[in-house]
Structures are given as C-alpha cells and as structure tokens.
Write a protein that binds this ligand. Structure first.
Ligand SMILES: Nc1ncnc2c1ncn2[C@@H]1O[C@H](COP(=O)(O)OP(=O)(O)O)[C@@H](O)[C@H]1O
Ligand SMILES: [Mg+2]
Length: 369
C-alpha cells in the first residue's frame, strides 16, 4: 500500500521551512519531492522576539500564528507544484509548527507551536495535522523529543546499537539498542547550532558560521568550556528537553561575566563549538558507548563542528543518515509526514521511555480539508 504525506518543519533555528512529499509503503519510505522556503529576516525577528517574554504578546503571537501559517501553506503549495502531483492523492500534511516557547518544567508545563493549521488546510485544500506535542505533555511528558519514535520505526537494527543525532538549533539524540528488549532512550543534549548562530550574528551580522570557518580559526578556552559545561542542564537526568528560551546569549553572557577574563569573539565561537561537541559526546558516553552515530540536521554542514564531534566521540563511527537512505537535511520534515500518517491511522506515536509521559497516545489534532 502506498500513501502520500507532506511533512512541514521549521525548527528552533528558524533558518527555513523544510517541506517534503513522502510515499510511505509497507516498511519503506520514498522521498518524492523537497522544498526549502526561506523565512524573511523581518518574520524571523518577529518570531525570535516571541521566544522570550515581552510586551503585547497575545496580539503579536496571534498575528504571527496566521502569518507563518500562510507561509507554511505557501511552502506546501510550492512543493506540490514542484512534484507536479494531484492534491487528491495526498492524504495529509503533518505540520510541526514554529515553536515559540517550550517550558516542559515547572508547575504548569507548556509548549507552544504556532502556524494556524486551519489556514494551512484552507489554503492547500489538504487535511492538516498539527499540535503534535501537547497531548504527550497532558500525559505528564516533555512533549519532546518526538522523533525517536520515527527513528525506531526506520533505523532500529538488531545487529548494532545506533545513535541518531540531530544537529538543529538544539541537539537531540535517540539511542536505538540492538537488543530489542532494551528501551529506547532519547533527549535533548543541549545546544547544537543555536549559540553558534546567535554569537556570530551578534558579532559579525551573519546568520551562521559557514562550514565553521570562523570557529575553526579560534582557540578553545578550557576555563570557559568547563564553566559552560557546569550548567545543571547537562547533568540533569533524562527525560529532558530544552530550547532557545534557555540556551541563548543571555545564558552565555551570564557565564562570561562569571569568568571575568577577556576572550576574543573568535575564541568564544571555537569554545561554543566545543561545548556542542563535548556535551553531545558526554551524553552519548552516558547512554551507549559502543554505538554507530548517524547524524542529521543542518549542523552536519559545519565541518569544524563535525570534526570536533568525531574527536570527542573517540572510536565510534560517525556517518550522515544519508548512508542509511534518509537525507540528513530532510529527516525532521520526513518525521512529521510520518507522524501525520500515524495520527490519521489512529496509531500512537509518543515514546514514554523518552518523553516521560505516563502512556503512549495518538498525537496531534486533525483539521480536515
Ligand atoms: N553551510 C553551513 N555551515 C555551517 N552551518 C550550517 C550550514 N548550513 C546550515 N547550518 C546550520 O544549520 C542550522 C539549521 O539546521 P536545521 O537542521 O534546519 O535546524 P532547525 O531544526 O533548528 O531549523 C543553521 O541555523 C546553521 O547553524
Ligand atoms: Mg531548519
């Protein structure tokens, strides 16, 4: 049986909206078309401003909900045009939405993704599934990470332990033990690109460090690295998840002022890169030393980051997920096409061993065409 789904993803980096058209067959998936929609600087800045508390949030959020919803719809429509496919053949769109706040701890934990699915359903004429995270949270979970369920479905292998590592704004890992009786472990390890992007943006006005060239030209400062790694997030036991409301420039500045020694911006970039590599390596060391590490997400294009990751991961093999047939750049968008299929087929798709929810559940809300 063949079923076509669209996945729409915009992560914490807010670099672009990634869209995929996927054909799910029995045990395989085929990527039919892809499209990456840039987000204008103005929209991106408005979204980033909503990630931390500020004035007049309800109006600003509600307008952006519609605005980014319309951009999600436009992205899907462009993808459909590219694929030259009749929309009647597409079962549904899975839209992750744009996270503007993720606070999984505290008395009233919540997570908020915007991009009105009503707008997407109307403007595309396709059933849209969204709001994937909150049902898991209602069951006491973190609502994140969700991708481990998808990773388990397509990457679990009884012959080797595998780690799937996603280098988005935040880094998350999924541990898929070869022993099928062992539970899957997954959590956000901390920052991947978010601090690197924020720092280069503030210092040089660039949105990211192309291939990691700037970071590679600096020297890692061990005193700063040690201080940053002492942040309680890194040693907090799983389940845990985080976002740019925690790992941001205010977080970095707090530690820089404690350190109270003058460092060059370049050395700080090199140290932030090492922070990402080391915190990931430490997390992997904790859950599974002897795993093949399969990497996806935009951070894969940061050569310096990848070199430091390999250096910190010792003897483990590190490959892009492309080696297993899933292009690293599209992994997250493909995951949300898969989640849409799960929801439409009334199948549960959270993993309590990962999120901490009390039970498995069907995720998301369905907005019929
Ligand atoms: N050529 C590149 N060199 C260095 N970093 C890159 C490059 N291309 C993308 N990136 C990084 O990847 C990030 C986007 O990764 P992505 O997986 O889309 O994250 P998210 O899921 O948070 O949107 C960018 O913000 C940037 O930091
Ligand atoms: Mg992205």
């Amino acid at each position: 049986m063949s079923e076509l789904f669209i996945g729409l993803m915009s992560g914490t980096s807010m670099d672009a909206i990634d869209a995929v058209l996927v054909d799910f067959q029995e045990k395989t998936l085929r990527l039919i078309a892809t499209h990456s929609q840039t987000i204008s600087n103005e929209l991106r800045n408005d979204l980033i401003r909503l990630c931390t508390p500020g004035d007049n949030e309800i109006n600003r959020m509600s307008e952006l909900d519609i605005k980014i919803g319309a951009l999600f719809a436009k992205t899907a429509n462009t993808l459909i045009k590219k694929a030259n496919i009749n929309i009647a053949k597409i079962k549904a769109i899975g839209s992750h939405g744009q996270t503007i706040r993720h606070q999984p701890n505290g008395k009233f934990p919540f997570t908020l993704q915007i991009g009105d699915p009503n707008v997407i359903a109307v403007k595309t004429g396709i059933t849209t599934i969204a709001d994937f995270r909150r049902r898991d949270m209602a069951l006491g979970g973190q609502g994140a990470p969700l991708a481990p369920t998808f990773h388990n479905d397509i990457f679990r292998n009884p012959r080797e332990n595998r780690i799937i590592l996603n280098l988005g704004g935040i880094a998350n890992i999924t541990y898929l033990p070869a022993d099928l009786n062992q539970p899957i472990i997954g959590f956000d390890t901390g920052p991947a690109n978010t601090l690197l992007d924020n720092w280069i943006s503030q210092q040089l006005g660039k949105s990211y460090d192309e291939n990691g060239h700037w970071g590679a030209s600096g020297n890692i400062n061990i005193a700063l690295l040690t201080l940053l790694l002492s942040d309680p997030y890194f040693t907090h036991p799983a389940p845990k998840s985080t976002g740019r409301e925690y790992f941001n420039l205010a977080w970095l500045k707090k530690y820089l002022s404690i350190l109270a020694i003058e460092l060059t911006p370049t050395d700080i970039q090199a140290t932030l890169c090492e922070l990402t590599a080391k915190s990931i390596a430490n997390a992997i060391q904790l859950v599974a030393k002897d795993s093949t590490i399969l990497v996806c997400g935009g951070g894969l294009k940061n050569k310096y980051l990848l070199d430091r990751l390999k250096a910190n991961c010792g003897n483990s093999s590190v490959y892009p997920t492309d080696n297993l047939g899933v292009p690293a750049q599209w992994m997250e968008a493909i995951a949300f096409a898969w989640f849409a299929q799960q929801t439409l087929n009334k199948k549960p798709s959270n993993l309590p061993s990962v999120t901490g929810a009390t039970q498995t559940t069907i995720l998301g809300g369905v907005y019929f065409a």
